[in-house]
Design a protein around this ligand. Sequence first.
Ligand SMILES: [Zn+2]
Ligand SMILES: [Zn+2]
Length: 174
Amino acid sequence: MRICIIPETGIDEHLLLSLEEKLSEIFGKTKIKTDFLIPEAAFNLYRQQFNAETVLKSLPFPNGKECDLVLGITEKDLFVDGLNFVFGIADPLSGRALISIARLKNSFYRLPEDKKLLKIRALKEAVHEIGHLLGLPHCYNKRCVMSFSNSIVDVDRKSLHFCPECQNVINSTI
Ligand SMILES: [Zn+2]
Ligand SMILES: [Zn+2]
């Protein structure tokens, strides 16, 4: 399984390198590719957030030569219709997923910055969305990385790992 990370311009390089390394260990070859620009049309003036689906659709498709899956990373706060915000979304049909680190940063909650914690949170959300790309639904095991996160407390509560049932599905796909 080859994953291409497509970051928004300006995302902290240490964070990207950490994701590249850890995702490689979990899923196989992962590479950071060229940046992408967030389409202006994705910005919702009323909500002061970006439409996650519009941003996702602006990501390149996995080209088959280098990437089987594409993971976009943005610092913009994302929403989908019906939800106040999302940490990320995935479109298994096109093999593209997107995560936002806006609400993974302590500063969003007026707490001191913690780069190590941000790396762990971003990795959890990246693994979660890639899990969706590989066909996994949400999991009821609250420790499983595929459990749904409604808040940063949920993100911190779940582990970095798939539960045994979800891991079985992953093992059969990669
Ligand atoms: Zn999910
Ligand atoms: Zn699970």
